[in-house]
Design a protein around this ligand. Structure first.
Ligand SMILES: C[S@@+](CC[C@H](N)C(=O)[O-])C[C@H]1O[C@@H](n2cnc3c(N)ncnc32)[C@H](O)[C@@H]1O
Length: 228
């Protein structure tokens, strides 16, 4: 059960009294920005969902939790999107938070894939609610395992937030490499919490890290360039 307002207020004062000002401030900024964006788009993407709640049994799949809006805002703001040309793909799109943040930019198309049908329905509903605030009007969601998804060769920006690991991530990397062989181009790849990703791409010469956002140790986000 959520704590009552007086209890939360006393905890807040307690944290300030302990000198935990930085952490308390970060937490306030986090809560305010989450509230702001959810209200602004009229969507519900907050909260986490475990694999059993999603009906997923494969242990290489990741559970649902969204990246804080303000982190997405910061990383996506650094993208130089070519209007009407670039195509964005979120592997493991969950309830569509990153799709919405991407579709505010002038992408030609925004694509989401998720193995959980429940997540796909939620994402579709959220996209519908946010539609009037989006610049990109072509947002498509595909239910299914990312390992089986035939990535379109037009995709030029790929986003991941810890969606899956091990053999699924390896299969997806193989698919990206094949797509680059079919159609030579540069792909910008964004990976939140890129620890396993960095290990898996160590021997793949076509992936090069451009920069990293540490986000105060909460999430690290790597931005990569992929080119053959
Ligand atoms: C950490 S959430 C990321 C949500 C979203 N990308 C965001 O940033 O808000 C990971 C998502 O990946 C999905 N997922 C897990 N395994 C998958 C797989 N094999 N193929 C596609 N999606 C998968 C989960 O259902 C979950 O919604």
């Amino acid at each position: 059960m959520a704590a009552s307002f007086p209890v939360r207020f006393l905890r807040f004062i307690g944290r300030l009294a302990r000198g935990d000002v930085k952490k308390t401030w970060d937490n306030c900024v986090y809560r305010v920005s989450e509230y702001y964006y959810e209200r602004r788009f009229g969507v519900r993407t907050e909260g986490g969902q475990t694999l059993p709640e999603l009906g997923i049994t494969n242990g290489e799949c990741g559970h649902y939790s969204p990246v804080p809006y303000r982190f997405l805002q910061k990383v996506f703001a650094s993208l130089e999107v070519r209007e009407g040309q670039d195509v964005f793909l979120d592997y493991g799109c969950g309830k569509g938070r990153a799709l919405i943040m991407a579709a505010r930019l002038p992408f030609r198309e925004v694509i989401g894939v998720d193995v959980s049908p429940r997540m796909c329905v939620a994402a579709q509903e959220n996209i519908g609610r946010a539609a009037t605030r989006l610049r990109c009007t072509k947002v498509r969601i595909y239910p299914g395992d990312a390992a089986d998804f035939a990535m379109p060769d037009e995709v030029s920006v790929i986003y991941f937030y810890n969606p899956f690991f091990g053999s699924i991530l390896a299969a997806v990397l193989d698919r990206i490499e094949k797509s680059l062989r079919r159609r030579s181009r540069q792909i910008t790849l964004i990976y939140f919490n890129d620890y396993e990703f960095a290990r898996q791409v160590r021997d793949r010469g076509w992936v090069r890290k451009l920069r990293e956002y540490p986000f105060r140790g909460y999430h690290s986000c790597g931005v990569y360039q992929c080119e053959l």
